[in-house]
Design a protein around this ligand. Structure first.
Ligand code: 4AD
Ligand code: MG
Length: 480
């Protein structure tokens, strides 16, 4: 008999018919004559209750049915008279696929800390919290592809191994096949990459943007959605060394059109999750509320998760220039009382996450888009504004998260791009191909990068980015 997903059997009304289900036992309880086995297969947040009559036939097998064991059951579907579920399955036959010794199986039916579950990332998919998070992660990923497909964007795969440093921030992991115990050096004393796999130094990409631009300047509307890598030593709840980025790039778009694209994408995917994953969101919303009970009132979220997501869908994002944002921060009581770790004194200051969160959570109380940043704190490819001091950048900041998107209009004018590169000591010969798109048929264009895990964090309400990617990579951590 074919297995039916628990999600489907819970919605079935084919009472008195036989079904086959498989999954992992969450719990078992019962009396002398009957045992209730709570089964989940990851297809939804809800469990199926299986009724096992304690007869000779089942007595031995029930001893093996402990939390974490995997079983297959054939049984008859009945309407449930109990609370909390609409159907139940009366077991006719049970096969234990794999036992889980209760002495050693770590995921017991009780509350575990997220840190404990992180150490057990190989098993945490079986918990309600993590199965919800990863179902939603899938839903968001699907919704992103759906959004761009409906808008006639092409999905482009940009290289993971690259020789270019797209962000010019030098936070790259090296890729090499050299024998690290027997390196050869050139006359300057530097490692000689001539004999390396690519005949030159190679890295893991920090962003697919530069290659996405090449594609956009031919296909007009493209996006990448791939892994990116940053060797920055940031041990925070918002940074990973390996994370996924969504990067649309659009020819003929200016900064305003870019902002509209970003906000409609964020609204679309948020709405998709509310329409398709409400059970998981409701569960995570309650989880967050419970979690926050231990916090001081002022540190709790102002509303529940569902409402937070609805707000994203229903409010217009506030657009504000860097200069205006800087002035708000500089003149704020908090700054005057010297309560920022990084005091706001001189124009040109790079905004820290404390500043971003102040603007979003205290000042505007809604998502904001900061534009026109000082050129000195942004990448070389951003389009220089007429004031010669700022560039057409756009960072989207979300409540509870801070920066979720970074993007810009791109510098399409060859001579200005060249002088920006020289100001920032970026050798033209490394990016000759990028420059050629400005030599031949250049057009105004724009794009942005969405940190996918930050989006998953926002939608699931999980505090730590390490809990929204199956196997997080961060400093000193590469287990699993
Ligand atoms: O602002 P970033 O560095 O922008 C770029 O890389 C551009 N090339 C994107 C583009 O215009 N195509 O990164 C984009 C986003 C950030 O806003 C943030 O959400 C996320 O990527 N991000 C990280 N997420 C997790 N861990 C990290 N270490 C991250 N660094 C950036
Ligand atoms: Mg950024």
């Amino acid at each position: 008999m074919n297995r039916i997903a628990i999600k489907d059997i819970l919605n079935s009304t084919s009472f008195n018919q036989e079904f086959s289900v498989s999954g992992w036992v969450r719990n078992k309880r019962g009396s002398k004559s009957v045992s209730f086995v709570i089964l989940n297969d990851g297809s939804c947040i809800h469990d199926l209750q299986i009724i096992v009559e304690i007869t000779d036939k089942f007595e031995d097998i029930l001893k093996e049915i402990n939390t974490g064991a995997s079983i297959s059951v054939i049984g008859t579907l009945i309407r449930s008279e109990g609370k909390g579920q609409s159907v139940e399955l009366i077991a006719k036959s049970i096969r234990v696929l794999g036992i889980a010794d209760p002495e050693h199986y770590p995921i017991q039916p009780k509350k575990h800390s997220l840190e404990f579950l992180r150490q057990n990332s190989h098993l945490r998919f079986r918990t309600k919290t993590f199965s919800s998070v990863f179902r939603i992660r899938h839903g968001l990923s699907f919704a992103i592809h759906k959004f761009f497909n409906e808008k006639n964007f092409y999905y482009i795969n940009t290289p993971i191994i690259t020789s270019a440093d797209a962000e010019g921030a030098g936070e790259m992991f090296k890729v090499t096949s050299l024998n690290m115990n027997n390196l050869s050096f050139n006359s300057d004393g530097d490692v000689d990459y001539k004999d390396d796999f690519f005949g030159q130094q190679a890295n893991l990409t920090v962003s697919g943007q530069l290659e996405a631009e090449l594609a956009a300047l031919g296909l007009s509307q493209v996006y990448t959605f791939g892994p990116t890598f940053r060797a920055e030593n940031s041990n925070t709840s918002r940074h990973l060394a390996e994370f996924w980025m969504v990067e649309p790039e659009v020819a003929f778009y200016d900064l305003n059109q870019n902002i509209k694209l970003a906000s409609s994408m964020l609204k679309y995917v948020s709405n998709y999750i509310l329409e398709n994953y409400l059970d998981d969101i409701s569960f995570l919303s309650k989880r967050k509320e419970n979690e926050e009970q231990t916090l001081k009132k002022e540190d709790r979220s102002p509303e529940n998760l569902l409402k937070t997501i609805e707000n994203i869908i229903n409010t217009d994002f506030q657009i504000i220039s860097y200069t205006d944002a800087f002035n708000i921060l500089k003149n704020s009581k908090k700054n005057k009382k010297n309560k920022f770790q990084y005091p706001v004194i001189d124009w040109g200051l790079d905004l820290q996450s404390e500043h971003e969160r102040f603007l979003v959570e205290k000042e505007f109380k809604k998502p904001i888009v900061i534009i026109d940043y000082p050129k000195s704190i942004k990448a070389f490819y951003m389009r220089l504004n007429d004031d010669n001091k700022t560039v057409g950048a756009m960072d989207v900041l979300f409540p509870g998260i801070g920066e979720i998107i970074g993007g810009s209009q791109r510098e399409e004018r060859l001579n200005i791009l060249q002088s920006r590169m020289s100001e920032m000591s970026i050798p033209e010969k490394e990016l000759w191909w990028y420059l050629e798109t400005r030599k031949f048929g250049t057009v105004p264009h724009s794009g942005f990068g969405l940190g996918f895990e930050r989006l998953v964090q926002f939608i699931t309400g999980m505090n730590n980015i390490r809990d929204v990617i199956p196997f997080p990579r961060f400093p000193s951590h590469i287990e699993f």
